[in-house]
Design a protein around this ligand. Structure first.
Ligand code: PLP
Length: 396
């Protein structure tokens, strides 16, 4: 007898993965260059040279230490180096004991959720959201995910709707800024308002409400926009971070959970994150890439390519009549579809070999996600096709 829920999860690929596989099949028929695949958030900009140099330097060292286990929470010297960088950038005074290194943000989120989830707890997720949150919360941590509808006009937080769902069962609110899929970056005003609301609700319900801040795109921002560092505004924050996007290392699986000492019950909370890592089999993040991350603090891939892509795509689509909030970060755009049924729209786009993901998958129907971490040439080739698609609707 199997766990049928898990078998169902394994058998039902996400729409994004389905599209990606479909794109591979189409590429075999029409040629890779003719499939304009905007489905996956796989960085197309290479990791900085410093990553390669760090790998070579590590590979030249002691091979036993290189490939050996580290402490369950990550090597002490690595945690110290990563925390020093956080302290330098955000004016904090954390120690390495605040960090738990993980296999990317997915493991960081899974550990954070499991660390705090008790039977009957609710985790609030703000649409549009990264779809895997629902999986991690419900199937991973055994809690209930409660979705708050989006603020369509700007993709900041829909505070009226959020306030309505907060109750005595709320254990955490999950935020993601810069956001996948909208590209919105929560302003300082938004974070302040959120912190105020949560403090008020903590006082009302008499227990901590954690703010899980998922930040794999923290450094990918444009036009001088800053990503507010959430623990500065709200003590009961747990930060989940990853080098997948900032250093273009998604396949290497390296990231961390940060439990600031100001968070409620922080020592127990950190212990619970370690315990969750143990229960989920996530002890000892990939050891070579722990060290590579420590050697590359403060660096990012060349994000100017994403900005070029954003500008080209945004200007092109809006001039054709698509409605879109201008992304300020990450490498996703989330325009409205030209018919309310986003699945139907995305199917129609497929006729042009344009692969975009329906917004319903992110809790925001009537939109499409376009991942623009692609060659700029792909966007140039896609724009006339987006225009043809728009004309089909204008004819109706
Ligand atoms: N959170 C968000 C918002 C993401 O977009 C992703 C990946 O695309 C993840 C978490 C998972 O990141 P990782 O590859 O580091 O596990």
């Amino acid at each position: 007898m199997l766990n049928e829920k898990m078998a169902a999860l394994g058998n039902n690929r996400s729409t994004i993965r389905e599209l990606f596989e479909y794109g591979n099949k189409r590429a075999a028929v029409v040629g890779r260059e003719n499939v304009l695949d905007f489905s996956l958030g796989n960085p197309n900009v290479p990791a900085p040279d410093a990553v390669r140099e760090a790998i070579l330097a590590e590979a030249a060292g002691d091979p036993v230490a290189l490939h050996g286990y580290t402490s369950a929470q990550g090597a002490a010297d690595v945690r110290k180096a990563l925390v020093a960088d956080i302290n330098r950038r955000f004016g904090t005074d954390y120690t390495g004991d605040s960090l738990y290194l993980t296999a990317g943000a997915a493991a960081a989120l899974s550990c954070a959720f499991k660390a705090i989830a008790c039977p009957g707890d609710e985790f609030v997720v703000l649409a549009p959201y990264f779809p895997e949150y629902l999986m991690f919360i419900e199937s991973g941590a055994g809690a209930k995910a409660v979705v708050v509808p989006p603020s369509i006009a700007d993709f900041q937080i829909n505070f009226d709707a959020l306030e309505k769902v907060l109750n005595e069962h709320t254990k955490a609110v999950v935020i993601n800024s810069p956001n996948n899929p909208s590209g919105a970056v929560y302003s300082e005003q938004t974070i302040r308002q959120l912190a105020e609301l949560l403090r008020e609700k903590e006082a009302q319900f008499g227990h901590p409400i954690y703010l899980v801040s998922d930040e794999p795109y923290r450094e990918i921002v444009y036009d001088g926009v800053q990503t507010p560092f959430v623990p500065t505004y709200y003590d009961d924050t747990i930060v989940c971070y990853s080098y997948s996007k900032s250093l273009s290392l998604p396949g290497e699986r390296i990231g961390y959970v940060l439990v600031p000492p100001q968070a409620a019950d922080s020592a127990d909370l950190y212990a619970a994150v370690c315990g969750a890592g143990r229960a989920l089999g996530y002890v000892c993040a990939p050891s070579m890439f722990q060290r590579v991350a420590a050697r590359c603090t403060g660096l990012t891939s060349d994000i100017t390519v994403y900005q070029t892509n954003r500008d080209l795509l945004f200007d092109g689509l809006t001039s054709m009549g698509y409605t879109c909030v201008k992304p300020q970060g990450a490498f996703y755009m989330f325009p409205q579809t030209l018919e309310p049924d986003d699945h139907a729209f995305c199917e129609r786009a497929k006729k042009y070999d344009l692969l975009v993901v329906p917004g319903a998958d992110f809790g925001a129907p009537g939109h499409m996600r376009i991942s623009y971490c692609v060659q700029t040439e792909t966007i140039r080739r896609a724009l006339p096709l987006f225009e043809k698609l728009a004309k089909e609707y204008h004819k109706c």
